[in-house]
Ligand binder design. Structure first.
Ligand SMILES: O=C1O[C@H](COP(=O)(O)O)[C@@H](O)[C@H](O)[C@H]1O
Length: 238
């Protein structure tokens, strides 16, 4: 199978980028809410926070049906500028009228990375009411992934043993090459079950990683697969 068969690539004009990305998320939410009365969305940190803070408040949706979790989190206090939840709390959540703040799943802090990862996995498992043996158990409606200049996504970094964790939905990393070092992250078995995965980003660096992935180079973002659903790179046209 060629890379073209594995994922879609959409280039969006700069002035339409955030609107288009957020409308795609809104369309997925509408479908999920109409079929299951809930929308389960995984969000990343970094530049994606600003995209969502600008675009999501403009879409039309029932925010009370959204449950949002983190694709990765830096284990620092919520008021630290590096805290992904802290950034969402400050920049996005006040703008979502009717979104219950408890529907944003936070990482446990003040414990070991291992305990925080286990706690986060338990919180994720509680989002699904279906039989744990059913195919739909653990299937997110949408994951919004970023990609770093080194090809990392979530806190899955090139060459790191964290890439090989196959028996957990969430794991911890204590030596992240990108600071801060202590983080929790979704793993591939959970990521690759999602119904929709959108890989979002602006700038030439993201296109460069995409080209290398298409050429068969091994990057963490290239290990994201979605044979049963949609995998789409949504990049700003450069
Ligand atoms: O450290 C992280 O980096 C990636 C990529 O961030 P970006 O600013 O280059 O888009 C992000 O997706 C991840 O959540 C974050 O922890």
């Amino acid at each position: 199978m060629s890379s073209e068969d594995k994922f879609l690539v959409t280039a969006v004009a700069a002035d339409q980028y955030i609107t288009t990305l957020c409308e795609k998320i809104g369309d997925i939410a509408t479908e999920a809410i109409s079929s299951r009365d809930v929308f389960l969305l995984g969000v990343s940190g970094g530049s994606i926070i600003n995209f969502l803070a600008e675009g999501l408040p403009k879409i039309s949706t029932d925010w009370s049906k959204w449950k949002i979790f983190l694709c990765d989190e830096r284990l620092v206090p919520v008021d630290d500028p590096e805290s992904t939840y802290g950034c969402y709390k400050q920049k996005l959540l006040p703008l979502l009228t009717g979104f219950p703040e408890e529907n944003f799943i936070q990482a446990k802090l003040g414990v070991s990375g291992e305990e925080s990862a286990q706690d986060y996995e338990s919180k994720l498992k509680a989002l699904w009411t279906d039989d744990p043996n059913s195919a739909s158990y653990g299937m997110s409606d949408c994951l919004l992934l970023g990609v770093g200049p080194d090809g990392h996504t979530c806190s899955l970094f090139p060459g790191h043993p964290v890439l090989n964790v196959a028996d957990r939905w969430v794991t911890n990393i204590e030596d992240s090459p990108k600071p801060p070092p202590s983080r929790i992250t979704l793993t591939y078995p959970f990521i690759n079950k999602a119904t929709n995965i959108l890989i979002a980003g602006k700038g030439k660096e993201k296109w460069s990683i995409l080209e290398k992935v298409k050429n068969g180079e091994d990057f963490p973002i290239g290990r994201v697969e979605n044979p049963g659903g949609i995998l789409e790179w949504v990049l700003e046209a450069v």
